[in-house]
Design a protein around this ligand. Structure first.
Ligand SMILES: Nc1ncnc2c1ncn2[C@@H]1O[C@H](COP(=O)(O)OP(=O)(O)OP(=O)(O)O)[C@@H](O)[C@H]1O
Ligand SMILES: [Mg+2]
Length: 154
């Protein structure tokens, strides 16, 4: 896993191999980056969000997969996971199904982040899932209905 572009000292972009083992490595990279930026208070949430989004990109999306993290302020992390797959995100239902065996990843993301959304590639194939995390309690976490995504294929 190579650090492709250090845009500034406060941003990293990594290309992520399309393998499940990459998720653990990416968690370590995220932890190290947040420590570098003095954002250790956000590290636990950031690791969870990165894990869920990368697992999704690997399981449901396709290469190329990119992880971007940026210290957007002294108490704010901005990040994104992009993949080249054509799939569509299925947003968590308002009422969680307690018997469901899957479909919790995005609900976890939505509960942890301040804001998030999905930005389809202009070419119409891949997408970028972006998020922000702040040290303050979340005030404006978007609900499923606010997230600008295309509808599911079903
Ligand atoms: N990067 C992606 N590309 C294509 N489809 C996606 C992507 N991320 C999520 N999805 C779709 O959105 C659904 C919901 O994702 P979510 O992470 O909530 O659940 P899951 O991955 O199915 O299960 P879990 O995360 O609980 O193991 C997925 O089942 C998949 O259909
Ligand atoms: Mg998932």
């Amino acid at each position: 896993m190579t650090d492709q572009s250090t845009i500034t000292q406060r941003a990293h972009t990594w290309d992520i191999p399309n393998t499940p083992e990459a998720v653990g490595e990416a968690r370590t990279l995220a932890r190290e980056a947040l420590a570098e930026w003095g954002l250790t208070g956000l590290a636990e949430a950031a690791e969870l969000v990165v894990s869920e989004l990368l697992t999704n990109a690997i399981r449901h999306g396709a290469a190329p997969i990119l992880l971007m993290l940026s210290a957007a302020g002294p108490a704010m992390l901005a990040g994104s996971v992009s993949d080249g797959g054509p799939g569509l995100l299925r947003l968590p239902p308002a009422e969680p199904d307690l018997n469901a065996t899957g479909g919790r990843g995005l609900a976890i993301v939505a509960a942890l982040v301040k804001r998030w959304g999905v930005w389809p590639d202009s070419g119409g194939i891949g997408k970028t899932v972006w998020f922000s995390l702040t040290a303050e309690p979340s005030e404006t976490t978007e609900t499923a209905g606010d997230v600008p995504v295309r509808g599911t294929a079903e």
